[in-house]
Design a binder for this molecule. Structure first.
Ligand code: NAI
Length: 243
């Protein structure tokens, strides 16, 4: 199961998992994007189910998991990738933007993970990977205060879930991407002075690609990561070394 699968990192992750032989349940608010991702997956010879949902809505999350189980009978991997990043400064940030960002970025991870983990516990197997951010650790002022707090929450929730679910055979990890070329960062990349200032802080001297993140997600979902849990792995071209 992959949330945020209509675009960017979620789409790349769904396609990479399918390439390795997984059938995919793709969830997102964006129905047209979902259809495009699922079409590509089916062209690879895998099965795909597109399911429109708001990850912040518990009823819709319950329906998402029910649909996945009805179609595929078991869930091996959940990738929590859906996220938003409205940009407001601390002094200007609104209650509405604060609530929505935490609802999608943090509560969404909790709701999807809880619903899927209740099923994985019965099977005594499973793997959950969530997308945090370098903003879980460090401050990137342009991204606003609530993005930081929501993504720091994802890191801690990952640790909490790992300790509770480990005895049930479930691994839980997160990835902290650095600046990655997706529609989410299109606006920042369109301003040369912002883009140059960001690039100057990245040791690898390039933005990340969705596949840079997807390949690590694939590793975390695989048996190669059989003893890895509770971790947030930064895939950031080295930017965290610079702060
Ligand atoms: P994106 O905007 O390309 O994809 C995000 C997807 O999430 C979209 O398809 C959107 O429709 C979906 N979505 C948003 N709210 C939703 C909701 N309530 N329910 C269901 N789906 C929803 O952005 P990108 O960059 O691929 O972002 C993926 C994740 O990576 C996000 O959690 C983001 O915060 C995180 N991230 C991205 C970074 C970057 O530089 N692009 C850096 C660090 C973290």
């Amino acid at each position: 199961m992959v949330t945020g699968a209509a675009s960017g990192i979620g789409r790349a992750t769904a396609l990479n998992l399918a390439k390795e032989g997984a059938d995919i349940v793709a969830g997102d608010l964006n129905g047209a994007g979902l259809q495009a991702t699922c079409g590509e997956i089916e062209n690879m010879g895998r099965r795909a189910l597109a399911h429109e949902l708001d990850v912040a809505n518990s009823d819709q999350v319950a329906a998402f998991v029910k649909a996945a189980l009805e179609r595929f009978e078991r869930i091996d991997v959940l990738m929590n990738i859906a996220g938003i990043s409205p940009k407001q400064s601390f002094l200007d940030c609104t209650e509405e933007a604060w609530d929505r960002t935490h609802d999608v970025n943090l509560k969404g991870v909790m709701l999807c993970s809880q619903a899927v983990a209740r099923h994985m516990v019965e099977r005594r197997a499973g793997c959950i990977v969530s997308i945090a951010s370098t903003c879980s650790e460090a401050v990137i002022p342009a991204l606003g205060p609530f993005y930081h707090t929501s993504k720091a929450g994802v890191m801690q929730l990952t640790r909490y879930m790992a300790q509770e679910l480990g005895p049930h055979g479930i691994r839980v990890n997160a990835i902290g991407p650095g600046l990655t070329e997706t529609p989410l960062t299109e606006e920042s990349r369109s301003f040369p002075e912002i883009s140059e200032a960001m690039l100057s802080r990245i040791p690898m001297k390039r933005w990340g690609k969705p596949n840079d993140i997807a390949r690590v997600a694939l590793f975390l979902a695989s048996d190669d990561a059989a003893y890895v849990t509770g971790q947030t792995i930064y895939v950031d071209g080295g930017i965290l070394c610079m702060v």
